[in-house]
Design a protein. Structure first.
Length: 340
């Protein structure tokens, strides 16, 4: 979801919901809690990811890419300057991909020292999410404005293809073997892309889901997890079998999985909660904790090494004419740290 629309939705959804812990029978006992807040420059934000090689949290946001050293988490700093970055994705060897929606391009970055290697114009409009497939070596931008994808060779910094999508794309994830999945928000489904065939080969319906945003793929079970705008999480197989529906908070915009600890997480900005979901038994997926975070906190990432979760947050203020979008109150932006 674009950061402007998501932030506006977070404000509109309001700030209240009673919170607690829901431990289903047979599910493992977990207890996550907020352990700190790390300050950073103010501004709206979008997707977050963890680069395991550089040990950094990366956040796409207004102003560019924000980076946080996970081993020395003092202050988040600006890594790359750009008016808007929706997603920044590490692809190995110190390379990063960043979608810059306002310039309709994909930035290819070097992490250390920070350097812009190339800026590749996409074939469509408003690139939001980006996926990287290791088998083909291709980056795939999902262009929300034109409802299509652009295939880019990041080594050569060139466009190698494009094709249409069945609707408005949201978050995407690659399986590493030539298949990429993407939520289609206006059709409540997951589209399955075959990069060798360069087309959508299947559409998986998400029954009971409205406007799916965040998407994750469990490497152990191959289950897909979609976070839905109407406050549910859907688990489906890549073949289309409906496995589970779990109640979460309102207004989610991300979903991520800690494969080592067999847990999934969905932050919801409408009521400021983090849903903790057990994947210990794939046939009995269940909500095991609902943690209070902060209204507007809707994206994040987990450090697979420590299990700590990082949630960008800020106090959102309503739009002031002539501006169309909310802003972050001065001095309020921070990354919330959650630990088991």
């Amino acid at each position: 979801m674009s950061m402007n629309r998501a932030a506006l939705m977070s404000v509109a959804l309001g700030l209240s919901l009673s919170l607690g812990v829901d431990c289903s029978a047979g599910a493992p006992s977990v207890h996550y809690h907020v352990t700190g807040r790390i300050s950073g420059p103010d501004g709206l934000w979008d997707y977050a990811s963890v680069d395991e090689q550089s040990r950094r949290l990366l956040v796409g946001r207004q102003g560019g890419v924000l980076a946080l050293d996970l081993d020395k988490p003092d202050t988040a700093v600006q890594l790359f300057a750009s008016p808007v970055v929706h997603q920044v994705l590490p692809i190995g060897n110190g390379r990063l991909l960043a979608t810059t929606g306002e310039s309709n391009s994909l930035a290819i970055l070097q992490d250390k020292p920070p350097n812009l290697i190339a800026r590749v114009p996409v074939t469509g409009a408003d690139p939001d999410s980006v996926a990287y497939d290791r088998k083909t070596g291709l980056a795939v931008t999902f262009n929300r404005g034109s409802r299509d994808v652009t295939l880019i060779d990041p080594l050569k910094a060139t466009v190698v293809g494009s094709f249409g999508l069945p609707g408005a794309p949201e978050f995407s994830v690659a399986d590493g073997n030539g298949i990429v999945y993407v939520n289609i928000a206006d059709k409540a489904e997951v589209a399955v892309l075959d990069l060798a065939l360069r087309k959508v080969v299947r559409e998986i319906p998400l029954t009971g889901c409205e406007e799916p945003t965040g998407l994750a793929l469990d490497p152990n079970t191959r289950l897909l997890l979609s976070a839905c705008g109407n406050g549910v999480a859907k688990f489906v197989t890549p073949e289309g079998r409906d496995v589970a529906t779990v109640r979460i908070g309102e207004g989610p915009d991300a979903a991520f999985i800690d494969a080592r600890r067999r847990l999934a997480f969905i932050p919801s900005g409408g009521n400021g909660t983090l849903a903790v979901i057990s994947l210990a038994d794939p046939e009995r997926i269940s909500l095991v904790q609902t943690l209070k975070t902060q209204p507007g906190t809707r994206t994040g990432a987990v450090d697979p090494q420590t299990g700590q979760i990082y949630l960008p947050a800020g106090r959102l203020t309503p739009p002031v004419a002539p501006a169309k979008w909310p802003s972050v109150a001065p001095g309020s932006f921070a990354i919330i740290v959650v630990a088991p």
